[in-house]
Design a binder for this molecule. Structure first.
Ligand code: SF4
Length: 184
């Protein structure tokens, strides 16, 4: 009986330890909320949105309802305590996907929450997102570049053209119809 009690106590201790060590996804996660978002309510967490008109898919870390709008928050763990232009683009894509799918008004201002990998301290950085027109232009440019690259990356039309090419070794592993000869 005493042994059973000891095992039960040990299991209970382990459970308490695990519960204490679990990442705090509730109230404490909101501790970092900037003054501008105080009183906001969590609307979406780690949710994927799709825009069929723009052909976009984006995953939203956090989105809060505040002042009649949805405000996006992106969590980044990085050494540099700053927000980058890539964060702005990522959040702008999220904004378009969320707005297009739900029809909700999404704020042009968002937050990048930077967490230090060493101290675990979090600091929010406010960023202004791209306008709809600027984002559409960027998407269009990106798609044009991708399409052009796809054309540029086509192999030589005839495998015989490759026999003396310095890239033959690499291309042969991609395009099996390339000649077996040694490249110069
Ligand atoms: S080996 Fe590759 S890079 Fe060289 S000509 Fe052929 S396809 Fe082009």
């Amino acid at each position: 009986m005493a042994e059973l009690l000891a095992v039960a106590a040990a299991l209970l201790g382990l459970l308490v330890l695990l519960l204490l060590r679990r990442p705090q996804r509730g109230a404490s996660q909101e501790d970092w909320l900037p003054r501008e978002l105080q009183g906001a309510t969590l609307a979406f967490a780690e949710t994927t949105f799709r825009s069929s008109s723009r052909r976009l898919v984006a995953r939203v870390d956090r989105a809060y309802r505040h002042g009649g709008q949805v405000v996006l928050v992106e969590l980044k763990t990085r050494v540099w305590d700053t927000a980058f232009a890539t964060d702005v683009i990522e959040l702008s894509v999220q904004r378009a996907a969320l707005a297009d799918q739900t029809g909700e008004g999404v704020s042009r201002f968002a937050w990048v929450l930077v967490e230090s990998p060493t101290t675990r301290k979090r600091r929010p950085h406010r960023v202004e997102l791209l306008s709809d027109d600027a984002l559409d232009e960027l998407i269009e440019r990106y798609r044009r570049i991708r399409a052009r690259r796809a054309i540029e990356l086509q192999p030589a039309a005839r495998p015989a053209m490759c026999s003396k090419c310095g890239h033959l070794g690499r291309c042969r592993s991609t395009y099996q119809d390339r000649p077996k000869g040694t490249a110069i």
